[in-house]
Design a protein around this ligand. Sequence first.
Ligand code: C2E
Ligand code: MG
Ligand code: MG
Ligand code: MG
Length: 286
Amino acid sequence: RAKNETRGTFSYFENGMDARAQSRRRLEIELRDAIQRDVLRPHYQPLIDLSTGRITGFEALVRWPHPERGMIPPSEFIPIAEETGLISALGRSMLRQACSDAANWPDEVRVAVNMSPLQFRVGNVLSQVMDVLKQSGLPPSRLELEITETLVLEKSGQVLATLHALRALGVRISMDDFGTGYSSLSYLRSFPFDKIKIDQSFIRGLAANREAQAIVRSIVSLGKGLGVTITAEGVETEAELRCLRAEGCHEGQGYLFSRPRPNVEIVALLNAQCGADALDREARVA
Ligand code: C2E
Ligand code: MG
Ligand code: MG
Ligand code: MG
């Protein structure tokens, strides 16, 4: 990288950078600053039990409110964070905020946090998670960590040990974006999971797509065989939902139910669900 060269070479590269590289460099500087000033916030998207329609938990999705550009989507800055090492600080901050928000939600509601493979490579994930749980007071059983195939394909003994230790604490492990990577099924035997999230590319237009239906059906049956929860990502239409219910998929997430929202709105949403439950109970008693 240019940075490792002499100063003269560095400025030569800066001058020679094309517009794209320059705007990326600017974004990196602004991201570093945003993390330092702690302005990144999780938004939360509900996970719905498809048999009861109830909220089982929320996925925390990082949001960067930028003074000029509005909300910058994670697809624009997570790759930069991973390349520059900023992902460690970003990940730690998300974990901390998600657990402390979730600690104030009702007892049975979980929070799912995305973990970059890099966090496992450079940091001590286990001690980080233990610290955050202790500080927030969130019971381990209410935390879910979403990991990707890239991580398990490294076949690292240390990663495997960390995942086992996390599960021994009671933390749940989810396989995110299932079906998009190499999809080698062999790791499912050796790696401990509690949940598989079917990537949204298989859910899109599900009702009219026999191939996608066949894939969803086999992932659901795989899940039953392995004893893990199957969650469908990116559910947008009633037709997709009907299909997923028919296939026996356990859980759904998507714009049909709700977009990701800030924590203040989540608290209101959960209060409304609690209120509805109370009315249900009264109705049953009456
Ligand atoms: P993901 O973990 O697979 O998260 C699901 C993405 O799908 C989210 O995008 C969510 O807003 C979007 N989504 C949910 N329902 C629907 C739907 O019905 N239709 C469509 N079209 N999209 C839907 P988002 O928030 O832009 O995040 C993108 C990705 O960025 C995430 O994919 C995840 O890989 C990564 N990411 C987000 N937050 C974090 C974080 O805190 N740490 C790390 N390491 N990665 C994160
Ligand atoms: Mg995720
Ligand atoms: Mg996902
Ligand atoms: Mg995804």
